[in-house]
Write a protein that binds this ligand. Structure first.
Ligand code: C6P
Length: 400
């Protein structure tokens, strides 16, 4: 794997910020896009733009065929059994809202409980509350490891679903999802996995995980914003009512009643973001050309290197030190507010995220207002981590 070659595919990495070469370490928020993905959008709108599934004309037919090809690409990428299990959405948030809404209408009976982990993103908390569930959070240790004994004790007759993140966006923990699914299924409870922070870092195999739903966003895996995926096991999707009405989700409509299209179209109401879906296809091509295992190895090296360098600095406290971790490093510096650290780093060209990262319960768990978060992608280098640490060293005296 040649990082210099990879970096040349990402034009934004040449950007200067405050007179310095950008060091982009906010990849958990969104990754940058390779030129092939950027070109897809221009190419689509220059040569191919048409609404899909409905037009009798050439452009509509080609756009439809490309869109459906990406569905099969996604199927292979996450090793789903069938392309009918792949539903395109706007992103992880919409995917989880879709499942929460449809699942609740089909399976909730009153007094319903959903087990979540204590480290969920708000997108895997609020939709369940909106659906009327009581949440039962799985506690985690100071290192950021879920307590699986406590998990086991949370199951009751009222438990309808387990909804758990594969990788924590704040702590980086890679949760033992396959084992958690096995235990939930032993209780007869289905499992939704939030894969927003997993798909760009590790090989995802939904059949090996055994989960019932797997949700992720394109923009966190080098694809455009505005496209995501909801994978659902076919048997489960057949059971669920549609989420939104209109467009291609129907089979037959009268004023008296409507019958619904077959999978996956039952869940794709309205005109989808076709160009972005095609961009997702090129993003998968990009990841596969590098190799997902190579990406994981490179990022693990960056994480080890950055953790080691950061933990040598005075007054730096790391949050999330689980043995199984992906490319996220959350920390605080002394008593400094994370926002101040982020702003000063930005002045030196280093982009990190600060705040609660849409995981307020994690902040409450540690009794802190937020963290500074550096998160890595395939194009990051040890040199950039050196630049980040040097910037931190430079601002440390200002934070006393
Ligand atoms: N986390 C972060 O900076 P959307 O916004 O729908 O693409 O993804 C929501 C989401 C759901 N689950 C997890 C684990 C996530 O990390 C995110 C997005 C970003 O950490 C933006 S808050």
């Amino acid at each position: 794997m040649n990082i210099d070659d990879i970096r040349t595919q990402f034009p934004i990495l040449e950007t200067e910020v405050h007179g310095r070469r950008l060091v982009y370490l906010d990849n958990a928020a969104t990754t940058q896009k390779p030129q092939a993905v950027i070109d897809t959008l221009t190419d689509y709108y220059s040569h191919l733009n048409a609404n899909i599934h409905r037009g009798a004309h050439h452009l509509a037919a080609v756009a439809t065929e490309r869109y459906e090809t990406v569905r099969r690409q996604v199927q292979q990428f996450i090793h789903a059994r069938s392309h009918e299990e792949i539903v395109f959405t706007r992103g992880t948030t919409e995917s989880i809202n879709l499942v929460a809404s449809s699942f609740a209408r089909r399976f909730f009976q009153g007094g319903d409980e959903v087990i979540v982990s204590g480290m969920e993103h708000h997108s895997n908390i609020v939709p369940w509350q909106l659906a009327g569930a009581t949440l039962r959070p799985i506690p985690f240790s100071d290192e950021g490891v879920l307590d699986l004994d406590a998990y086991e004790r949370l199951f009751t007759d009222q438990t309808r679903l387990v909804a758990v993140t594969h990788v924590s966006n704040t702590l980086g923990t890679v949760n033992p999802v396959a084992e958690m699914v096995r235990r939930a299924h032993a209780h007869g409870v289905p499992v939704l996995v939030d894969g927003a922070q997993a798909v760009s870092h590790l090989k995802v195999d939904v059949q090996a995980l055994g989960c019932d739903f797997y949700c992720f966003s394109g923009h966190k895996m080098y694809a455009p914003m505005g496209v995501g995926v909801m994978y659902g096991r076919q048997e489960m999707l057949k059971e669920l009512p549609p989420y939104q009405g209109g467009g291609e989700m129907i089979e037959d409509v009268t004023f008296e009643r409507t019958t619904y299209n077959h999978l996956p179209f039952k869940f794709e109401a309205g005109t989808p973001s076709v160009g972005d879906v095609l961009g997702l296809g090129f993003a998968i091509d990009f990841m596969e050309s590098v190799g997902v295992d190579n990406i994981a190895t490179h990022e693990a090296d960056l994480l080890r290197y950055a953790t080691d360098r950061l933990s040598r600095l005075p007054d730096v406290r790391l949050f999330g030190t689980a043995p199984e971790k992906a490319a996220v490093l959350s920390f605080l510096v002394g008593e400094a507010h994370p926002y101040d650290v982020g702003t000063l780093l930005d002045q030196l060209g280093v982009a990190v995220r600060t705040g609660h990262h849409c995981t307020q319960p994690v902040m409450d768990r540690y009794g802190i207002p937020g963290t500074v978060r550096a998160s890595f992608a395939v194009y990051n280098t040890r040199d950039e981590i050196d630049a980040f640490v040097a910037a931190l060293q430079r601002i440390l005296p200002m934070l006393q």
